[in-house]
Design a protein around this ligand. Structure first.
Ligand code: AP5
Ligand code: MG
Length: 215
């Protein structure tokens, strides 16, 4: 099962991708998490990515596409995967399609988590993220068992640097101009499923599972 998660920054792609990964036993591949891990380790890729991420801009396609194409060829992806945050531009989607076609396969589901911009700004200000395992929490909607500590790995939670209000607005602008066209791209491919992401996390997850089981 090969799944692409679509949706604005903060729509809940990461939250839902983690739940899908646990239920179906396939890896969650988040380009944002990969870049953040590289920033933490101060790699060359991390230094390059940081200059774009801090401004709310996209990391260039030539960097991102090779990274994902290599990652999905690894052994743990044999039964499928969930791409969380990739593709984000039409050239990225085309590179992914081409790479899968070369292996005689294709994306099975594109799940678009729909949340209006107003809700997003409110969600981002309350998000807390684990810098080690990438899990996300919310100070009101998804509190960790122990305040400020990741439920999964015990690391102290942080507020992401790109979650400041001005950067969130920039990320939303970039989303509308560069990423939203992917909804039409996957609709034409016949694999698009849209879910209302404004409902609580469990309800959103149930809708996604229905979409995955139905088709
Ligand atoms: P990335 O890390 O992918 O960030 P994003 O797309 O902006 O999305 P987020 O991770 O912010 O949100 P999400 O949809 O995962 O929501 P979450 O589940 O956390 O990318 C960061 C940067 O990296 C980009 O700006 C870019 O620079 C670069 N990058 C990454 N991929 C790239 C690519 N392919 N090409 C180029 N550049 C790339 O939820 C948000 C909050 O809301 C959480 O606190 C959560 O607990 C809460 N929440 C979730 N669901 C609900 C709900 N139903 N109700 C209430 N609260 C909820
Ligand atoms: Mg995310």
């Amino acid at each position: 099962m090969k799944i692409v998660m679509l949706g604005a920054p903060g729509a809940g792609k990461g939250t839902q991708a983690r739940l899908i990964s646990e239920k179906y036993g396939i890896p969650q591949i988040s380009t944002g998490d990969i870049f953040r891990a590289n920033i933490r380790e101060n790699t060359e890729l991390g230094q390059r990515a940081k200059s774009y991420m801090d401004q709310g801009l996209l990391v260039p396609d030539e960097v991102t596409c090779d990274l994902v194409v290599d990652r999905i060829r690894r052994e743990d992806c044999a039964n499928g995967y969930i791409l969380d945050g990739f593709p984000r531009t039409i050239p990225q989607a085309m590179a992914l399609t081409r790479s899968l076609e070369a292996q005689g396969t294709k994306i099975d589901y594109a799940i678009d988590v729909e949340v209006p911009d107003d809700n997003i700004v409110q969600r981002m200000s309350g998000r807390r993220a684990c810098p080690k395992c990438g899990a996300t929490f919310h100070i009101r909607y998804k509190m960790p068992a122990q305040e400020g500590i990741c439920d999964f790995c015990g690391t102290a939670l942080i507020q992401r640097e790109d979650d400041h209000a001005e950067t969130v607005q920039k990320r939303l602008d970039v989303y509308h101009s560069q990423t939203q066209p992917l909804i039409e791209y996957y609709k034409e491919m016949g694999v698009l499923h849209s879910v209302d992401g404004t409902r609580n996390m469990d309800t959103v997850f149930n809708s996604i599972c229905e979409a995955l089981n139905e088709s």
